[in-house]
Design a protein around this ligand. Structure first.
Ligand code: AMP
Length: 280
């Protein structure tokens, strides 16, 4: 273990030894209101709040996406400070992976191959490896994750259950801009025109919600409505629309039990995702 990782582990061990509860918020930095909401929730719930900032190369398939991922360490430090974070863990790649890429990894299971997993092969294996590693360093804690990345949240929850990791996962609602666009570090790369167009994602999800409120239960109808809405936006290139079982993420044909609608689309070179829960 590198000294920085050892200090992170020690600091949280010491906190627990003083009977302080630990809240942990893993992020890739370029902190925005979505991240802040997770930190505030951790601050409310826990005595000691730790944030990790690490752009994890293992979860990027595309070198260019990794190279251009927004990074702003100075501002992140200010945001963390302003939110009363006790500990920021921001290792370099060779501080977290001193032996190079891990050889022993974590299989995210079938859910890892669907939707985001199909669009980004290897993505969820990389996510599981880094999150398991961060959990191992952090030790017993509550860990805060955004519903914005619903499939990631489902896979990590299952990993924690299946591997008996000493972590309680706390899901947090998606924070949105005024026009509904889900906050994302990647939004900063959008041109003003693309930024305006990107609101079509949350509008499409809103349309699915409205249809369900009007008693529409047919997933094909909901998917067609969402695809039409995104398709009508000239600057958007639809990647997928899906309606899945909230728990298993298997596609459903009818909304019977709690379900989730998910969308992904490209705006130029930027790929954005969003989702919403659909209660029957
Ligand atoms: P990231 O830095 O994008 O890897 O995100 C770190 C954490 O913040 C993940 O748990 C995300 O789901 C969460 N997050 C990102 N954007 C939002 C948002 N708009 N609202 C709530 N949580 C978010």
């Amino acid at each position: 273990m590198t000294p920085k990782a050892a200090r992170f582990r020690e600091a949280l061990d010491e906190g627990r030894a003083d009977r302080r509860s630990v809240g942990f918020v893993p992020t890739m930095g370029a902190l925005h209101e979505g991240h802040r909401s997770l930190i505030r929730r951790a601050r409310r719930d826990c005595d000691l709040v730790a944030v990790s900032i690490f752009v994890n190369p293992l979860q990027f398939g595309d070198e260019r996406d990794l190279a251009t991922y927004p990074r702003d360490p100075d501002r992140d430090a200010e945001v963390a400070d302003g939110e009363g974070v006790d500990l920021v863990f921001a290792p370099d790649v060779d501080e977290l992976y001193p032996e190079g890429d891990p050889i022993v990894t974590i299989d995210p299971g079938p859910l890892g191959n669907l939707l985001e997993g199909a669009a980004r092969p290897g993505h969820f294996r990389g996510v599981c490896v880094v999150v398991a590693k961060l959990f191992s360093l952090a030790g017993p804690c509550r860990a805060y994750f955004g519903e914005k990345d619903a499939q990631q949240l489902a896979i990590i929850s299952r990993m924690v259950a299946d591997l008996e990791l000493p972590v309680e996962i706390v899901p947090c609602p998606t924070v949105r801009e005024d026009d509904g666009l889900a906050m994302s570090s990647r939004n900063s790369h959008l041109s003003p025109e693309q930024r305006a167009a990107a609101a079509c994602l949350s509008r499409a999800l809103g349309e699915a919600e409205a249809l369900v409120r009007e008693d529409e239960r047919n997933a094909h109808v909901l998917k067609a409505a969402m695809a039409r809405r995104i398709g009508a936006e000239p600057l958007a290139r639809l990647d997928y629309v899906a309606v899945v079982d909230e728990r298993t993420f298997a596609e459903v044909s009818e909304i019977g039990s709690p379900a989730r609608a998910l969308v992904a689309a490209w705006f130029g070179a930027i790929r954005l995702i969003d989702n919403t829960s659909l209660a029957p």
